[in-house]
Design a protein around this ligand. Structure first.
Ligand SMILES: [Ca+2]
Ligand SMILES: [Ca+2]
Length: 201
């Protein structure tokens, strides 16, 4: 009897440990979501493109809300929707500071997107410790929530634009300081994002 109970307890402990360690939740868009210097989201657009963010309570993947991104992306335009550290807006931080993450334990960053099968090209950029921007391309070619896993070795250093302060050394220098979504032209619509995690090796 006790032996069986002990085995059960051990199995549950093992399961708990495996699930707990599979991914590290770094962001869930649970704040009030707004832009500007005191903003919780660093977002904007230029050259004719438009972007707006808000909290979505009806369509969400986890917690109380997701981030809703309404956009119009035109040829020659640009946009960004960023969260993390060292951004212009001052309240965009993740749950955990990049310096407190053991990056060598993780091979990918992942998030959930609510797709609309629009065939729109979407990117996730990450900014490395040398302020170099790295890009991962994917497509809105599904409907509803789906987890998009972006392995670090599938990102490429952006050739179209880099911040002035970027080291441009072609090396993905950890810790990563922030991430941002961009919708590529031409596209107009709404996408939702939620639950950003780092995925264990
Ligand atoms: Ca959420
Ligand atoms: Ca670099």
């Amino acid at each position: 009897m006790y032996k069986k109970l002990l085995v059960l307890v051990l199995i549950f402990m093992w399961l708990g440990a495996s699930f707990a360690e599979e991914a590290l939740l770094i962001d869930d868009f649970e704040n009030k979501l707004f832009g500007g210097p005191q903003g919780t989201v660093d977002f904007g657009s230029g050259n004719g493109s438009e972007v707006k963010v808000s909290a979505s309570h009806e369509i969400k993947y986890s917690g109380n809300q997701a981030i809703r991104v309404d956009f119009k992306a035109v040829e020659g335009g640009y946009m960004w929707v960023a969260r993390g550290f060292d951004l212009d807006a001052s309240n965009t931080q993740w749950f955990i500071h990049p310096k407190d993450i053991k990056w060598s334990d993780y091979y990918a960053i992942s998030f959930y997107m609510y797709g609309t099968s629009s065939q729109t090209d979407v990117v996730l950029d990450i900014k490395d410790n040398g302020s170099e921007m790295w890009r991962f391309l994917f497509k809105d070619d599904f409907s509803g929530w789906r987890r998009i896993i972006c392995p670090f070795d599938k990102f490429f250093s952006r050739t179209d634009w880099q911040p002035d302060s970027s080291d441009r050394n072609g090396i993905l220098d950890f810790p990563i300081k922030s991430y941002q979504f961009e919708i590529l032209p031409f596209a107009e619509g709404t996408l939702y994002f939620d639950k950003v995690e780092l995925v264990k090796k």
